[in-house]
Design a protein around this ligand. Structure first.
Ligand code: UN1
Length: 457
């Protein structure tokens, strides 16, 4: 094990969880409120760290810190709403009730692309629910993790150990997954990573919360407002240099508007400002690594070899930088190509024509992932079909907005190879607690459930 501190970190986290769990939830919320205020004060500087490390443009980095602040606000309110149900008992003088209790230690494995917000999704909920957290950030974002930990340490006093950062790579992730003392493992990353880690957690029957790859599609219908649609597509496909799990990868456009839509998309992609992410006007920064660049080029090369039309995708020299800036690629496909079925974590958008809405929905769903999806239409029949049980099979389904950029208030996550987890809003907090069903007999007799008789003597 590279990280010699592993045992110390897990023991410290366990200890603090035992103290924290008996702090009343609204008081836990109070500490999260102060954390949110600290993030507000440090918003600009934390955003700069994101831009420096994850290479996001400024407005997106600020948005990411805002997402963490929003999570704090949400969790503060939630700290007074960790409701359990009370059910009518079938027995006289009995009460049947659900209690929600903390799990203990939560392990949180995050990716480079949302180096603060995804941690905040997990931490804010885990903390108000009475848990401590051990955070293994991506090796690409240790500085972002340090920024968050420092902000927490400023406000947390004796509860500083509620966040403990475990730097490292796969080996550390596996240690967390194997460790019985860590009740829940929440992991964000590729489907491949999830398929490696999940069996390790499952082997010890641990709890899992997975946020894995997407392969998100949008459908553009004849009645769509094309101005709004092109904007939505550009942000979802090219924003964050195509490196969100919610990034738009596939586009199905109705044949009547296909030519017009492609023409406008080409123009829009040409007009995007690609440049150093700390510059005010840049809209697209570099890819995170050479690896990302290589896998993007590999996919585009194999498409070109099959004579599929690829527009853009080339590397751009920006101010003598050795980073991997690329022009987003539009790939115009006649048929479904194998490359479309896997997620390439880069700005590559496949565009295909469709004739019937049912075919478009079928193609959209016919991949192994199921995270996010969109339809652009002003026809209520199409949008309602898309949202119905016969429509999108994803965890997120949007109408007239792109696939990326979800708010924290809704539950975030997806089906199939995306892993099935739900984080952030709605009732995702239940993942971070254990449910106790309690039956209380306040009478002086002992009636058995289902009318069973068992008289003694
Ligand atoms: C991710 O890429 O892992 O909906 C998360 C969005 C962001 C979160 C993305 N709020 O695009």
């Amino acid at each position: 094990m590279k990280n010699k501190n592993y045992e110390i970190i897990v023991n410290k986290s366990k200890d603090i969880s035992l103290r924290w769990r008996s702090v009343p939830a609204p008081q836990r919320g109070e500490l999260i409120r102060q954390f949110g205020n600290e993030l507000r004060l440090q918003k600009e500087s934390l955003a700069k760290t994101i831009t420096k490390e994850a290479r996001k443009i400024q407005t997106e980095s600020l948005g990411e810190v805002q997402e963490a602040i929003d999570m704090c606000d949400f969790a503060v309110g939630l700290s007074r709403q960790l409701y359990g149900l009370t059910m009518p008992s079938e027995r006289p003088n009995h009460r049947l009730q659900e209690l929600w209790h903390p799990l203990g230690v939560v392990g949180c494995i995050t990716a480079f692309n949302f180096p603060m917000a995804v941690f905040a999704w997990n931490f804010c909920l885990a903390a108000v629910c009475g848990n401590s957290i051990i955070w293994k950030p991506s090796p690409h974002s240790n500085e972002c993790a340090k920024g968050i930990k420092d902000a927490w340490d400023k406000v947390s006093g004796e509860f500083s150990d509620l966040i403990l950062v475990l730097e490292g790579g796969n080996e550390e992730a596996v240690s967390i997954c194997k460790d019985n003392r860590i009740t829940l493992v929440s992991a964000t990353g590729s489907t491949q990573m999830g398929k490696e880690l999940a069996p390790v957690v499952s082997a010890r029957l641990g709890k899992l919360l997975l946020e894995l790859g997407g392969n998100n599609a949008a459908i553009v219908c004849p009645s769509a407002d094309l101005d709004l649609t092109i904007k939505g597509i550009a942000f979802s496909a090219c924003g964050t240099t195509g490196q969100r799990c919610t990034s738009l990868r596939r586009l199905f456009v109705h044949k009547d508007i296909y030519e017009d839509c492609v023409r406008r998309l080409k123009k829009c992609f040409d007009d995007l400002v690609i440049g150093c992410p700390s510059k005010e006007d840049s809209q697209i920064g570099p890819l995170i690594s050479k690896n990302s660049y290589d896998s993007m080029q590999h996919v585009l090369d194999s498409l070109r070899n099959k004579n599929v039309e690829v527009i853009g995708g080339e590397r751009l020299e920006i101010e003598d930088s050795d980073e991997y800036y690329v022009k987003p690629a539009l790939v115009l496909v006649k048929n479904i190509e194998d490359e479309m079925l896997t997620e390439t974590f880069a700005p590559v958008l496949y565009v295909k024509e469709y004739e019937e809405i049912e075919d478009a929905i079928y193609m959209q769903n016919n991949v192994s992932q199921g995270l996010s999806s969109s339809i652009f239409t002003n026809d209520i029949r199409e949008s309602e079909l898309f949202l119905s049980e016969s429509g999108s099979d994803c965890g997120i389904a949007n109408v007239n907005i792109g696939t990326s950029g979800a708010e924290i208030g809704g539950a975030f996550g997806g089906e199939k190879d995306t892993g099935g987890g739900r984080e952030s809003g709605s009732d995702a907090w239940k993942n971070y607690m254990r449910r106790v069903t309690a039956t209380i007999n306040y009478g002086d007799e002992l009636p058995l459930a289902q009318g069973v008789e068992f008289d003694e003597g």
